[in-house]
Design a protein around this ligand. Structure first.
Ligand code: RIB
Ligand code: CA
Length: 307
């Protein structure tokens, strides 16, 4: 039986690939998509989500638009995806339908309330909508079986891993609200997502998928990798596809529990996610974080779904 999910995202090239995987996987029943600001303004991420879903034959999947900015601060846009949030796909038709009138938070609440069983929510953007859901509808939180979120960075800060991760940095107050909410949270951070980079072998594999979708994803990745290649000298990271893939195969990563704090007052580490692995703070664990990934198995799954 496919796993029903709700998917909150800010497409965004890597969100876009995750969206394609969610629809094409027989292990997932994509009940709805909600959009947030982040990689682009929410009007653009919503338009992109609809364009992608309609292109892949998923125009039956409802899309509900969410927060226009973070809960407590101005919006700082991500820079990897270009002004439209999905540059590099000129022949992706413009949306032929609109988002629901319902706000994303109300849509999420309604779907969770009517779900027969608690369900998985995947989030791959800033947590504005999820944070607002916690504040507005705490009654439906027990219906979230697990929140799988692409966000944070814990272990390795290095020349290719920044001290803060964008989704956490963009709305750290929303993240704090979610961390304090007791929602079962799995954090898929840069520690693992910067190990699933699109390099020559992956481009070769993708070039073999000679379909309109294969060609679209190639165009996306060629644009998406520019920022990574120019700034860090590496290929585009499959941040959001890895988070989404955990719905299909949680064994792709190894996780460990920890209390996660988020820095709301720092200067250079503003929005940093800091793990207390050894209970030194004496605070209860509030998340599980992914610290190892089987990159080969992930790519095998991703390309299977794109083929
Ligand atoms: O830091 C990576 C995250 O920021 C991904 O979700 C990507 O889409 C961007 O939103
Ligand atoms: Ca994203």
């Amino acid at each position: 039986m496919p796993t029903p999910i709700l998917y909150d995202c800010d497409p965004g090239h890597d969100d876009a690939i995750a969206l394609v995987m969610a629809h094409r996987s027989s292990a997932i029943d994509l009940l709805g998509v909600t959009t947030t600001c982040g990689n682009a303004e929410v009007e653009k991420t919503t338009s992109n989500a609809i364009r992608i879903l309609d292109f892949i034959g998923a125009s039956h999947v409802p899309v509900a638009q969410g927060c226009v900015r973070p809960l407590a601060r101005p919006l700082i846009l991500g820079t990897a995806d270009g002004p439209s949030g999905l540059e590099g796909s000129p022949y992706l038709p413009m949306p032929r339908r609109t988002a629901l009138k319902q706000h994303a938070v109300d849509f999420l609440a309604e779907k969770l309330e009517e779900a027969p069983e608690p369900m998985i929510v995947v989030a791959t953007g800033p947590l504005c909508n999820i944070g607002l859901l916690v504040l507005k509808r705490p009654d439906v939180l027990p219906k979230i079986k697990e929140l799988i979120w692409m966000g944070g960075v814990f272990y390795r800060k290095s020349e290719i891993i920044t001290p803060t991760e964008f989704n956490a940095f963009c709305d750290p107050e929303a993240l704090k609200i979610v961390l304090d909410s007791q929602i079962p949270l799995t954090m898929v951070g840069l520690d693992v997502t910067m190990q699933v980079l699109i390099e020559a072998p992956q481009y070769e594999e993708l070039a073999g998928i000679d379909t309109p979708l294969g060609r679209l994803v190639m165009d996306w990745l060629k644009f998406y990798e520019k920022l990574h290649r120019n700034s860090m000298g590496v290929g585009g990271a499959m941040h959001d596809p890895l988070a989404l893939a955990l719905v299909i195969d949680p064994s792709l990563v190894r996780t460990r529990p920890a209390h996660i704090g988020v820095d709301l007052n720092a200067t250079y580490a503003f929005g940093a996610t800091v793990a207390d692995f050894w209970q030194e703070r004496g605070e209860a664990d509030n998340a599980r974080i992914a610290y190892e990934v089987d990159a080969d198995r992930f790519f095998a799954l991703m390309f299977d779904l794109l083929r």
